[in-house]
Design a protein around this ligand. Structure first.
Ligand SMILES: [Zn+2]
Length: 192
């Protein structure tokens, strides 16, 4: 690591040891689903090294940190926001096809879901087109299930992306109460 990155990594380590950091909602979902434990994430941030710096004109630099809790590689993306807070954005276990090994990205060929959306905002991996069998969410005590929604799926972190057009169609169906199902489970067919 360069001198600059070593200083940033030292800052990340010290914030982690003092437990002065914030998790993104994305990160909290991983922790509550037990995809990762808090101790695994803190081990990465307290012992890791910076593998990549991701720069974006409208955001502060994000740092991809690698370490090996229990001898298994984990990548944690974090950033220092403009108020100098450590924000933990997301984490994943590096794997094929995006990563050849935990330090080496592989170039993946394939059909993007939409030519404007090829890379995951969260982890920069490839997005592939899928149909979500049951896209569900809870609202005001009911479970809404929308069947057959076209989406883009990040092959690495599992984030899903739904186009504006598909979102509009879902909202229109919900507003028209165009559903089947009973009690508090409302089932919508995306098509038809
Ligand atoms: Zn992703």
């Amino acid at each position: 690591m360069s001198k600059k990155l070593t200083l940033i990594m030292d800052w990340i380590k010290s914030r982690t040891k003092d437990r002065i950091y914030f998790n993104s909602e994305h990160m909290v979902r991983y922790l509550t689903r037990r995809t990762f434990s808090i101790s695994e994430i803190e081990t990465v941030l307290a012992e890791g090294s910076i593998l990549e710096t991701h720069s974006h004109p409208l955001r502060n630099d994000c740092y991809l940190v690698l370490a090996y809790p229990d001898n298994k590689p984990i990548h944690v993306m974090c950033t220092k926001d403009k108020d100098e807070n450590l924000i933990v954005l997301y984490a994943y276990r590096p794997s094929e096809p995006t990563w050849k090994d935990e330090r080496t990205r592989r170039q993946v060929k394939g059909q993007p879901m939409d030519e404007n959306l090829r890379k995951c905002f969260f982890c920069n991996s490839d997005i592939e087109p899928i149909t979500v069998g049951n896209f569900d969410f809870r609202w005001e005590g009911s479970l809404y299930v929308i069947k057959g929604v076209p989406a883009g799926l990040c092959v690495q972190c599992g984030e899903k992306y739904i186009s504006a057009e598909a979102s509009k169609k879902i909202v229109a169906k919900i507003e028209k109460k165009d559903f089947t199902g009973k009690d508090d489970v409302l089932v919508f067919e995306y098509e038809g």
